[in-house]
Design a protein around this ligand. Structure first.
Ligand code: ZN
Ligand code: ZN
Length: 151
């Protein structure tokens, strides 16, 4: 039984009684489309990936996840679109009964949203747009920003 087989659409569910004593290592590819994770400046056009190591001890289920999530973002300075992969590591623990099915989707979703940049910027030295004429100053100077000795 793999976590991927347990993944139906956007949901990652762990059946506690199927986790062996030595733990369960697995990988899931998850569709973000129904998870309401987008902002006006951050989009998720591709699935994200989760590597999970699941262990249980008595009444506790521990899930160690590594998340890789490709994002398309709009630069806050120049408004160009760019791609970036964000990663997140997290450890979730749940109090469980042997018959429980634990849905980790919402916790994974929260971790990804926490990993988003506060303000997306395409590159650290992005020059942005001229406020007078709208020229993308990464592409060249405009009459209002005539170079000023920039490289
Ligand atoms: Zn930019
Ligand atoms: Zn200008």
């Amino acid at each position: 039984m793999s976590l991927q087989e347990l993944t139906k659409g956007t949901v990652m569910k762990i059946h506690v009684n199927r986790v062996p004593d030595e733990g369960l290592k697995d990988h899931a590819v998850c569709d973000p489309t129904e998870l309401d994770m987008e902002r006006w400046d951050i989009r998720l056009p591709q699935p994200f990936e989760v590597d999970a190591f699941i262990t249980k001890a008595d009444a506790e289920l521990v899930v160690d996840v590594d998340i890789r999530c490709p994002l398309r973002m709009t630069c806050s300075r120049c408004l160009e679109e760019f791609g970036q992969v964000v990663t997140a590591d997290a450890l979730f623990s749940y109090q469980v009964k042997p018959t429980d099915v634990v849905d980790i989707t919402d916790d994974v979703r929260q971790e990804i949203i926490l990993a988003y940049p506060m303000i997306p910027v395409c590159r650290a030295d992005c020059k942005g747009l001229c406020s007078a004429c709208g020229q993308n100053l990464n592409l060249g100077p405009c009459p209002h920003h005539p170079g000023r000795g920039e490289p």
